[in-house]
Design a protein around this ligand. Structure first.
Ligand code: SAM
Length: 348
């Protein structure tokens, strides 16, 4: 195991079997987390980037078996913020010092690309980076959003196991999800993807495929979430994803994609009071505090008991581990400027 960790540190490469072997062996977890922490420090620095998350609609046309806001959950009280409400939240977040605004929603086609583009353009006047997380759209719609100034896009592949994907996402197309990610990359978005850890039937090999897919896509951001069962979904009786396994997937992702941005996800903190700090010491360098008003936050319940970020507590805990809160927009590689399409081509 130590040799495999060393190989990952020095070459940023492991085979599928090697990744699966590390995931399946718990004898060197502390060494793995420490190695990912060192690589994070070397390639992404000690700054932690805070992204202000605005959950602007919980309407969703999808029926993901695990998700609390799935279309089939009639017990959800649906809400949509209007343009003014979204922009006002973004202004508040920017005035408090946030350099990135993340607009997230269910797959709500009420918000056309044109309507969202207007909102993005308005928020961009605040000199912030804008990240969208609104699900699957066409190339043309993504282009409208990119042209309006959106910088980044988050769309987790959830799992690269096609048959598991299709079981978890009724009527959804695995090929279309992948198409979306490659379109986003082609359009010059900093592209985020990621997976759920703890999906039924998931194997170490399947998680290894997920990590290799992140590398193949050359993802700029990776979100890894342990699955947390929601009582009003078909997966209500399954057990929660394993936090240690999720941290190992995170750490290996850091080793194989050294300079990307990796959030310490809320789902990790929901599973363990120190989950976020554990992630930040196992390769993560981003935190996404939710700045949505409380009355809506509770309705955007993708899983129960979602943890909150307490700013004062977080900055004190970060100080204790020698980390600081960034004042930059925090693009990949801790730069303040996104890669241009030219520089993406240059890299190929
Ligand atoms: N609709 C957008 C999309 O599909 O990317 C963004 C919203 S979606 C609710 C955001 C993420 O929540 C998903 O990518 C999924 O991984 C995560 N999620 C949903 N239900 C979850 C659960 N029960 N436990 C952990 N994460 C969950």
């Amino acid at each position: 195991m130590r040799d495999l960790i060393e190989k990952a540190v020095s070459t940023s490469r492991l085979t599928r079997d090697e990744i699966a072997a590390v995931l399946g062996d718990n004898s060197c977890n502390q060494e793995l987390f420490a190695a990912a922490d060192r690589v994070r420090k070397q390639f992404a620095g000690d700054e932690v980037h805070l992204r202000a998350l605005i959950e602007f609609s919980n309407f969703c046309r999808c029926n993901c078996l695990y998700c609390g806001i799935r279309a089939g959950n009639n017990l959800v009280e649906r809400y949509r913020l209007n343009r003014e409400q979204i922009i006002s939240l973004a202004k508040k977040a920017s005035a408090s010092g946030y350099k990135t605004i993340v607009l997230q929603s269910g797959e709500d086609i009420y918000f056309t690309a044109e309507a969202l583009a207007e909102i993005v353009a308005e928020i961009k006047k605040l000199d912030v980076a804008v990240t969208l997380s609104i699900g699957e759209r066409s190339y043309e719609e993504y282009k409208i959003l990119k042209d309006a100034g959106a910088d980044r896009f988050l769309l987790r592949i959830e799992t690269t196991d096609k048959s598991l994907y299709e079981k978890m996402h009724p009527k959804a197309s695995f090929e279309n999800r992948k198409r979306c990610l490659y379109d986003l990359k082609k359009l010059g978005f900093e592209t985020g993807t990621g997976c759920l850890v703890g999906l039924l039937e998931q194997t170490y090999e399947s998680l290894a495929d997920d990590i290799l897919f992140f590398k193949e896509l050359d993802a700029d951001m990776i979100g890894i979430g342990p699955l947390i069962p929601h009582e009003h979904t078909p997966l209500k009786d399954c057990s929660a994803g394993d936090l240690t396994l999720a941290l190992k997937v995170l750490a290996l992702t850091r080793l194989l994609l050294p300079d990307i941005n990796i959030p310490a996800t809320t789902a990790m903190e929901t599973l363990h009071p120190e989950g976020r700090m554990m992630a930040l010491q196992s390769g993560a360098n981003v935190v996404m505090p939710n700045v949505t008003l409380d009355e809506y936050k509770s309705k955007y319940e993708i899983y129960p008991d979602k943890a909150n970020v307490n700013y004062g507590e977080l900055s004190e805990k970060l100080r204790q581990i020698g980390r600081t809160i960034s004042e930059k927009k925090g693009f990949r590689g801790n730069s303040d400027r996104p890669l241009t399409l030219n520089s993406v081509t240059d890299l190929e």
